[in-house]
Design a protein around this ligand. Sequence first.
Ligand SMILES: [Zn+2]
Length: 257
Amino acid sequence: MPENQEILTLEKFHEALHKDIDKPVKDFRKKWNQAHRRHIKVHTGAHKAAWAKATVSLNKKIIIVHVNLNFKKNSLSDADYEKLKYLARTGIDKYWSRRITVAGNSFMVWVKAQHNYVNAIPVDLYVETDKDNYARSMNPATLGIDASFIYNKGWHNNTANADSDFQLVSAHEFGHSVLMYAGGMALSWGHKGSTGILSQAGKSSTPGYPKSGSIDVMKYYDWKKNFATLQRRVTDSIAMEIDVKRLIWGANIKWTK
Ligand SMILES: [Zn+2]
């Protein structure tokens, strides 16, 4: 450890995490703002999402986040049900696992999605076989409405593309639960400002896909302005650091050595 680097404590980690997503903790307000007596909104939703549990190891600099989804079989065959569950889970793991920096310390975050009947995000799984229809998945992340993750078997001309697309879509739809929990409808339904909130359609200000580098898995891009192939989206999409912090903010946190 560099000489001038402060030792990271649980308290510092916690304060920094809240501050990074603009939701300072109560203690933070007391400690740092007493002099100014500024009004800072206290957020009571922190660490109460039933479907997410994070284990933070300050020594190993690893954070493991288990997220629960209740995948519903509907009319799928046993084989399709197992396949879609597997692809959805691995898609979420792939696009939501990444490095983040908290209070100047780099942590590897491993997100692990699992099927669970309770304390879980309810998800209806479907297969669309129509060759001419790309069926849109969705997750309003609103109590009483299940998310729908749809595998577009007919629209894609090969299984590998259909599989990759479904993994990416599952990661995106899962993210709606994260954004809704941490930021409400404007953040979630509005795709972080890139679509209208109720229409969920692109706006004139919606950007094209970035020409190179990371693609935000939660944003909506206008492919008519700048197109990205499925291959590029599969390779370069990732959850942004702030969204992974939002996920951890919502999760129950357990500390380990
Ligand atoms: Zn969306």
